[in-house]
Design a protein around this ligand. Structure first.
Ligand code: C5P
Length: 225
């Protein structure tokens, strides 16, 4: 199976106060760290990095210094993550059968995790990486707790998320036509009846969203290197 990794990195970083995907972690942009396991893993045939329109040239220059035996394309993203992923999918090679979507702001994904998700795709239309919730989850309205949701049924979705290219394309096109915005790609497949499985994720595979997350990122980097 030919697999294209699509790495959405076109966010403006409003909650962080800047583009954390381009901020240096140990002297290299975060994006550089995120790409390494995808470059190393033989299973991935090509990588499409999706960045803001104004960053395409700069990121292209930076990525040129990276040694990669496989094609790494840089394309412009859109207003939402969904549009960015769609642009990435459109840039994928015609031979690609699976699309592996991974947030640029999750720099500690391992080759094992990518491989585990991709391999599980033989039994599903898509597979996501998820972690069970250790917190008790409440549904809240205004200042009131409405209910407590049984924790055993709650899983937190991470990326990578791997999909059949045809199914992901259909899900993105239908969502666009119906003006639906999903917070991940799996939800767009689920809603039109595709069957999405999961594999267990890792607590090191954090998503860097806020400034506080950067502190965790530096600590995890030190631990892993
Ligand atoms: O917005 P969210 O936290 O879901 O962002 C996850 C990933 O999607 C980030 O790597 C971000 O750069 C990317 N993104 C994008 N295009 C957007 C918004 C977010 O590629 N318009």
């Amino acid at each position: 199976m030919n697999i294209t990794a699509v790495i959405p990195a076109a966010g403006s970083g409003e909650r962080f106060g800047g583009k954390k995907q381009l901020k240096n972690l140990n002297g290299r942009p975060l994006l550089h760290h995120t790409l390494q396991p995808f470059i190393r893993l033989g299973l991935i045939n090509e990588i499409v990095v999706v960045v803001a329109k104004g960053d395409v040239d700069q990121v292209n220059r930076e990525l040129r210094s990276m040694i990669s035996a496989k094609p790494v394309k840089v394309v412009a993203g859109g207003k939402s993550r969904q549009v960015s992923v769609h642009n990435g999918l459109t840039a994928a090679d015609d031979s690609s059968e699976l699309i592996c979507v991974h947030d640029a702001v999750r720099p500690f994904v391992s080759e094992d995790l990518i491989e585990k998700a991709a391999n599980a795709c033989s039994e599903h239309d898509g597979v996501i990486v998820a972690q069970s919730s250790t917190d008790t989850i409440k549904r809240i309205m205004e200042d009131q707790i409405l209910e407590t949701i049984p924790r055993e049924t709650i899983w937190r979705a991470q990326t990578p998320q791997v999909f059949s290219k045809a199914a992901l394309q259909e899900a993105l096109e239908l969502a666009e036509a119906e003006n639906i915005q999903g917070t991940d790609e799996a939800s767009l497949l689920e809603r039109i009846g595709y069957q999405v499985g999961f594999v267990e994720g890792s607590s090191l595979n954090i998503k860097i969203t806020t400034e506080e997350d950067w502190v965790f990122a530096e600590a995890i980097y030190k631990q892993l290197n």
